[in-house]
Design a protein around this ligand. Sequence first.
Ligand SMILES: NC(=O)c1ccc[n+]([C@@H]2O[C@H](COP(=O)([O-])OP(=O)(O)OC[C@H]3O[C@@H](n4cnc5c(N)ncnc54)[C@H](OP(=O)(O)O)[C@@H]3O)[C@@H](O)[C@H]2O)c1
Length: 388
Amino acid sequence: MRYNQCRDLRVSEVGVGCYSLAGVYGKKDLDEFARMVRRAYELGVTFFDTADAYGDAESILGKIVRDFRSDIYIATKVGVVSGASMDLSPARVKRACEESLARLGTDYIDLYQVHFDDPKTPVEDVVGALESLVASGKIRHYGVGHLPADKIARYAEVGRPLSVLMELSAATRDARAKLLPLCREHGMAAIAFSTTGRGILTGTIREGHVFPDGDIRQYDPLFQREQFRSALRVAGRVAEVGRRYGKTPAQTAIAWVLAQPAVVCALTGPSNVSHLEENVGGSGWRISNEDLASFEAFLSEEDARLDRERKEAVVGILSSPLPADPQAAFKDLVYAIDTAAVAGMCAEAQIVPVFEELLALQKAPGEQAAGKLDDIRRRLAAMVSGRP
Ligand SMILES: NC(=O)c1ccc[n+]([C@@H]2O[C@H](COP(=O)([O-])OP(=O)(O)OC[C@H]3O[C@@H](n4cnc5c(N)ncnc54)[C@H](OP(=O)(O)O)[C@@H]3O)[C@@H](O)[C@H]2O)c1
């Protein structure tokens, strides 16, 4: 395992995350998860990521690492109250920190990350609360998570965030345009997550793959339509590069992330020992500059094709009636909203409240939902076409 020095933390370049304990990738075996975490420690992983919003993940991780707590770093997150509702008010940040400490069974958190944005709380107030947690020794450092680039820049101006957490894999590359340059400009560490592309770059997922109920990949735009087909083409190319080095697709996907400037840790979320052992092998070797360059040329063609195809798909979804089945309609709208934001078809700030409205409808009864979903479709169509 190789390590990167981030201030006083010696971070393993492959880190392990606990998001799967929230059930997002199907049901997991907790005993096997515990064996996986212990094996990660034996193999030199020092960085373990969790969140107060990942179900029981903090308590589970805290118990597993109790015997080697001081040898590792625990990163957790604050801000989510429930669903898409955020609260970063100073009182809430301080209370949430105490609660996380209790669940983790530890006296300090190595990295406390702002999970999502809370537009109601000024950045100065959030930073004030985080700095006072640093001063009291309850947290060693703080970082930021899924925030718009301008908000991250504001945190860097007002405070001293150690890191920026961002989704980054060969299948999900948008962070390279704004977030990595921002990290370099402000001297922040990039911590990449979903580095195996939520499994898609491991060679185990193919066209027609059926995910179990409750698995977010049933709705995740990366696993739908042209984005899925594009990701599978990327996965094929990743596997091809890996074969030249005798490495598996997952190892090659992780090595590619580690080759991106400013990335100090590639987080992956295996739930068993075998996947963990494989992923740790993403560290300790490098893809040559020549192979990186030819992969880059392939990715730019893929970017241009995907950009064109996904914009056409958004316009197609928003300009025709939604499917009669509310779940299928919901899935199409999630795809359209996420893609419109990522492809820059409308402003993120404009789209967030609509996304929250949509999420609230996921479990609404069919007939009630149908009218509301169609209303969301019309409003989105207006936003995308630039009308008020
Ligand atoms: N995903 C997010 O939205 C998010 C956001 C912020 C932070 N994070 C943090 O980043 C961590 C990593 O993200 P992630 O969990 O999305 O990572 P990931 O490794 O890209 O995705 C995890 C999925 O990939 C599968 N997988 C991983 N390695 C594999 C391998 N070698 N072979 C076959 N399948 C493999 C896992 O299957 P198995 O369960 O079968 O091993 C699981 O279904 C999270 O756990 C969390 O701590 C994530």
